[in-house]
Ligand binder design. Structure first.
Ligand code: SAM
Ligand code: SF4
Length: 360
């Protein structure tokens, strides 16, 4: 007797084997896609409820010492106008998040490890805690650092950290990065972050050049084995000024579908983690982030960076939100969330339930 879609999904939720996950990723039947996202949505409602959390993201600098072959702001792209927001500008944007009752914000930038950078972040963390009377939760997404730096920033007030492993396959990682970048070191950083006490987030570039369903099934199991609290992953979108962007034949519908399938599978397998509906989904479809919520995501990271700097943070072609200011975006997103029958939770950190359960 052949198994129904429901049977396949139930089996995967109970026992997510590599073979099961790969079969789902390879299944291109639109009926199956509908069943998959519906199933994941039901798990989301049961595990984390109809609550969406906004994290205002401040992309405070595009200066980067790394050279990832896919990223528009890699250090070897001479066409990028480099910028770095001043402390005052960053604190003004943080205050906007506080005044608008966003429970948390994310500080993101290119990767630097020099003392001036480490000190600046430490200072900002302390100041953001002061200006928000301790109420704003702070996530960092500033790449690979050493244990001491992660500890210092944790002590200064950051409590979540996003560091995508990009792919769980070290060989594939080697084709997406120069040989000076190390998959093993990135993985070690995830362990260091856990030791410092952070809620740890990781994720992937979905549909990266050369990535197979075998790799993606491994990616989901990697997140489970690493026991992450949060997942931030998005479809790969080429950038024409990068080595990989020039060669890639790009199918936006395929990338969007893969991105949504991965969200659904992560929700089915990891259940109670926070999952972001990322901007890359919105770059592929105006309703991309809402589709992400319907596939199992529960976090949105609205861009609160001053419009003057947005053009400088083009990780990929046609990154959206170049001219939508923070206030307009808040109103639009709130309406979209309510149209789904869900609620934006203001003034709440919205910590990962998975993390809280591990602490008990
Ligand atoms: N520099 C830090 C790091 O790499 O962890 C944080 C900022 S980096 C811009 C954040 C994420 O952007 C990366 O982890 C990567 O997955 C994503 N990204 C870069 N280029 C991309 C592209 N062409 N398409 C989709 N996502 C991309
Ligand atoms: Fe730098 Fe991050 Fe882009 Fe890599 S992905 S080049 S580390 S900003």
């Amino acid at each position: 007797m052949s198994m129904t879609y429901e049977n396949i999904l139930e089996k995967t939720a109970q026992n997510p084997t590599h073979a099961n996950l790969m079969a789902i990723l390879e299944n291109e039947d639109p009926g199956f896609f509908q069943a998959l996202t519906r199933y994941a949505y039901d798990i989301k409602i049961a595990e984390v409820g109809r609550h969406v959390y906004f994290r205002g993201i401040i992309e405070f600098s595009n200066i980067c010492t790394k050279d990832c072959y896919y990223c528009g702001i890699r250090k070897s792209n001479p066409l990028v106008n480099r910028y770095e927001l001043s402390e005052e500008e960053i604190l003004r944007e943080a205050r906007w998040c506080y005044d608008n009752h966003y429970g948390s914000l994310v500080l993101q930038s290119g990767e630097r490890r020099d003392p001036a950078f480490v000190d600046k972040i430490e200072y900002l963390l302390k100041e953001i805690k002061i200006l928000s009377k301790g109420t704003l939760g702070i996530t960092l997404s500033v790449g690979e650092q050493d244990q001491e730096t992660y500890d210092r920033w944790f002590q200064a007030g950051a409590h979540r950290y996003l560091l995508r492993i990009e792919t769980s396959n070290p060989d594939l990682y080697g084709t997406l990065h120069p040989s000076t970048h190390s998959w093993e070191e990135r993985k070690r950083c995830l362990g260091m972050l856990r030791r410092s006490g952070y809620q740890v987030g990781s994720g992937f570039l979905i549909g990266a050049p050369g990535q197979t369903p075998h790799d993606m099934a491994g990616d989901i199991l990697f997140l489970r084995e690493t026991d992450v609290d949060m997942v931030g992953m998005g479809p790969y979108i080429p950038h024409e000024e990068t080595p990989l962007g020039q060669a890639f034949s790009f199918d936006p519908i395929r990338q969007l579908t893969l991105g949504l399938k991965m969200i659904a599978l992560v929700r089915i397998v990891l259940k109670d983690v926070n999952i972001a509906a990322t901007t890359a989904l919105q770059a592929l479809s105006p309703a991309g982030r809402e589709l992400g919520l319907r596939a199992g995501a529960n976090i949105i990271m609205p861009n609160v960076t001053d419009l003057a700097y947005r053009r400088g943070y083009q990780l990929y072609n046609n990154k959206p939100g170049l001219d939508e200011n923070a206030r307009e975006q808040r109103v639009n997103l709130e309406q979209a969330v309510e149209a789904l029958g869900e609620k934006v939770c203001y003034g709440d950190w919205g910590d990962s339930l998975h993390f809280k359960k591990r602490q008990m």
